[in-house]
Write a protein that binds this ligand. Structure first.
Ligand SMILES: *Cc1c(COP(=O)(O)O)cnc(C)c1O
Length: 245
């Protein structure tokens, strides 16, 4: 029995090629404008879009993809196991999903509490599928909302240091850096300035935790100006998401 591999139409491939070029040009222009010669990496956020789109993107040179729901991500990673892709988990994560996520994820951007770090460490250290692979790269997700309540998607800036120390000391994990989403209703330039301070503080104790994951379709320029090393772009590459929960 042949595996059924879903393939994008020629029209869809042309559309993705054009939008990808536009996004790459924006990233290059924003890097030049910020006086940076180290352009950030592009992570294409493929959530809600079919595996056929991810395959077409891989053929267009995309190496990093982002997903925010375990069920969808694990199914796509399985279908696309023949491709050399890095999978970034960028969504809120329940501890009972850690075991599944460590099977396919290369990077988890959303570590925001000690219980999640512990669950990821336990899963990563015991999962046979991780044998021979590097430790799971983890980013501390920071909540940049100045009126943030604890425990709602992201650690408070004051919690980042302790959580980073915990991740750095956890078997199976590697502390790689920091991640944030600009809060609604605030100028992203102001919010990302606070992220840049958190990132610099983190590097004081963890000099190799250099990843700064920030910037989406609407605010990639501001994130690049503030030092993002990885931007996460969905809509402006793939178009509107086909279905909403
Ligand atoms: C969906 C999502 C993105 C991509 O957002 P777009 O506005 O579609 O570019 C980036 N980061 C996170 C955490 C997301 O959930």
């Amino acid at each position: 029995m042949a595996d059924s591999v879903s393939v994008a139409t020629a029209e869809r491939r042309a559309e993705l090629a054009a939008s990808l070029t536009r996004v790459r040009e924006r990233i290059a222009a924003a890097s030049r404008a910020a006086g940076r010669d180290d352009a950030p990496e592009l992570i294409v956020v493929t959530k809600f879009h079919p595996a056929s789109d991810v395959r077409a993107l891989a053929e267009l040179g995309v190496a990093d993809v982002g997903e925010n729901r375990d069920q969808e991500a694990s199914a796509k990673a399985r279908e696309l196991a023949d491709l050399d892709l890095s999978w970034h988990f960028i969504g809120q994560l329940q501890t009972n999903k850690a075991k599944s996520v460590v099977r396919y994820a290369d990077v988890v951007h959303s570590v925001d509490r000690p219980a999640l770090a512990a669950a990821l460490s336990k899963a990563a250290a015991s999962e046979p599928a991780r044998e021979g692979r590097p430790p799971l790269a983890c980013l501390i997700q920071v909540n940049l909302d100045e009126n943030a309540e604890p425990g709602r998607g992201g650690a408070l800036p004051s919690e980042v240091g302790g959580l980073a120390d915990l991740v750095a000391a956890s078997p199976g994990l590697r502390l790689a850096g920091i991640m944030a989403v600009a809060p609604l209703g605030e100028d992203p330039t102001r919010a990302f300035a606070r992220l840049a301070i958190c990132a610099a503080d983190l590097r004081k104790n963890h000099p190799r935790a250099t990843m700064v994951s920030a910037g989406m379709s609407q605010d990639l320029e501001q994130a690049i100006a503030a030092g993002a090393t990885h931007v996460r772009i969905g809509t402006d590459v793939l178009g509107p998401r086909p279905r909403v929960l």
